[in-house]
Design a protein around this ligand. Sequence first.
Ligand SMILES: *Cc1c(COP(=O)(O)O)cnc(C)c1O
Length: 814
Amino acid sequence: MVMFSDKEEFKTAFKNQLEEKLGKTIDTASDFDTYRALGSLIREKINKDWLKTNQEYKTNKTKQVYYFSMEFLMGRLLGNNLLNLNVLSLVEEGLADLGLSLSELEKKESDAGLGNGGLGRLAACFLDSLASLELAGHGYGLRYRYGMFDQHIIDGKQVEFPDYWLTKEFIWEVRRPEDAIEVRFGGQVSSRRDKDGKLHFKYENYEPIQAVPYDVPVVGYHNDTVNTLRLWSAEPSVEDTMKKAEKEGEFGHFLTYKRSLESISDFLYPDDSTEDGKRLRLKQEYFLVSSGVQSIVRSFERLGLPWSSFPEKVALHINDTHPALVIPELMRILMDEKGIGWEEAWEITQASVSYTNHTTLSEALESWPVGLVRSLLPRIFMIINEINERFCQALWKTYPGDFSRIADLAIIADGQVKMAHLSIVGSHSINGVAKLHTDILKEREMKRFYNTFPERFNNKTNGITHRRWLMHANRPLSSLITEAIGDEWVQEPKQLNKLMERKDDLSFLDRLHEIKQENKVDFSNWIKDTQGISVDPDSIFDVHIKRLHGYKRQLLNALHIMHLYNELKSDPTLDIVPRTFFFGAKAAPSYHFAKKVIQLINRIASVVNNDPDVKDYIKVVFIPNYSVSIAERIIPSSNVSEQISMATKEASGTGNMKFMMNGALTLGTMDGANVEIHDLVGNDNIYIFGLRSEEVWDYYRNGSYSSKAVYENDERVRHTLDQLIHYSPFSRGETDFQEIYDALLTYNDEYFVLKDFASYLLAQKKVSQDYQRKRQWNLKSLVNISQSGIFSSDRTIQEYARDIWDLQRVKTLK
Ligand SMILES: *Cc1c(COP(=O)(O)O)cnc(C)c1O
């Protein structure tokens, strides 16, 4: 659809919106008002295409995929929507005529931070790709009242503040009370046989909760497709609350009751690396699943097709195991509400559901105590139990007498419901998120399941949307690319490899360098404005941004900086290439060790940045509140991308892909998708160091790693670690970092930080040397950009659509 025929039409529409909707004029409107007017105008304009897309799906009975995820880390939507709607320049110029700056208005939007990190951001990138590829795919999630916490650094430590993102209206959402669903918790189930011997289940004394959907349009790139992100919000059902209020005759009770129901969609659990098993979290999971599956079944029924064709029209995808209850929930609806028998319901369920595994960290694998599941979800528990019984019986037939195998694979064991097992048994496809990760699943973590169901396992290497992470985040680079190779790469990102034609074009390489330099200057100004720290745009921008976790080894980076500091202090004439180390990371509020690492990084920053002997050579900046918007700011101005996880622990990583696409060079271990980046760019264009996965497993097997031995044999390690606990500029004579010291030495360094210290130093030296040879560096950067197209989430989504979901591209009518 043509949204505005020209700039003038836009200006008129915008002014009307401001006056009619907000009762303001350009002179009296605040920046937030103008953002709201612009956003709501665009949202209204999207409506027509949104309606049309939905009608087409209905009329053509198009197969649709529903991507269930407890997290959607969307970030801001305005800029990306304008880009996808093909009105970015028009709006920008129109606003400029009115004396307004689009980029300033964009900043008024709060990040929709409904996710922790990689998993939630992946879901967001997938939505963009689905719509842009004209695939009928929607996101189903929760409308958390508080998203990812707001991180402040106070006295060098992380302090969490609630993220009040909804207090400023979220202009993109549309509340749809007419599509509300009732979700039921607790109560009792009884069964009776009818005269034909058929079992019927009666569910009583449950607690009903209204799930009200809020729909957010997901706009495809230049194609008129508008899919939906449906976010469910928990509300008391009006009728029930009235009854309750009358019964108890007291308004105070009513309010407490209302609050307790609403608490289901109150806040996002801020930990993505450990499973904390809280009752409210299980409620959230079932709330999402039940409202989602009920509403999907409702739409399917409107098509008037037989139940057997459900899997031909519906694909249910679960993003990790958090929504695994879609399996028993769909079974429940098909059997209890639609009267379908077990076998048929099971066939339909399995053929519809597919599952992505995101981790091999055992502490992150979900399991729920049987007692909790039984009391909170009695009918669902019965169904899980039956799935388990039948599965174990089938195993017994194939492996008679093999108790250990059956105990190993069972869905319910040791009083726990194992969500990964449920997900594998109940789906037709299980995928890992990078080649190495999928191999680890098949050969190690899920070996017995792989042997049982080899045809279900497959790899889908993650991706990122190049529209947000290159076209929108780095417009100058994006324009340069188009100047050089035309704009086909936008629709087909693999064509970025045409950039290799320019590898000998020195003036092109210089342009590439200038753009990076300009981005670095912009970013430096922003750092100066927001943090008051001056950084040198000519220094190497070395960036480590991701969740803070032991396995991601921010500590290794920090120890290296301490070592550099020591070297500079002992030899002030040392010839070192100036560097600025940037960090951005949130720690889960209960993850004590991770918070200590944040404190250490901030301590190092205060020492290094204030020491006249070193501050012109190295600087350390901890950017608070790492989020999608901050990632978009920093990645285009990065030279070095720190991807230094302990091999085997990072399933894929997607940060690594964003950096590569923006011309930063990866400094990393052979882990996750780094392996695939390495294979694409070759040894000369990446800095690989440290233990390989096989070596890590060897150490695990023979238990021969001793961090103390490293400490004793490497004077640099010893000196640095001692500075954590003995009097030093870093410890300031206090015991703040004793815990880090103990983790590394007393507890034998779980993540092999010290083992990889020496090789990390060497790799860092090589980075410094290479950076001085500008042309070669720029060429390496070019190679990285040119090979990054494969990491567009368009490629990933095409693979899911073809191999897992069996989705065809729909051509939307113009
Ligand atoms: C991409 C992204 C991540 C994931 O980063 P990794 O380096 O892959 O862990 C986390 N948080 C935000 C805000 C992101 O944009």
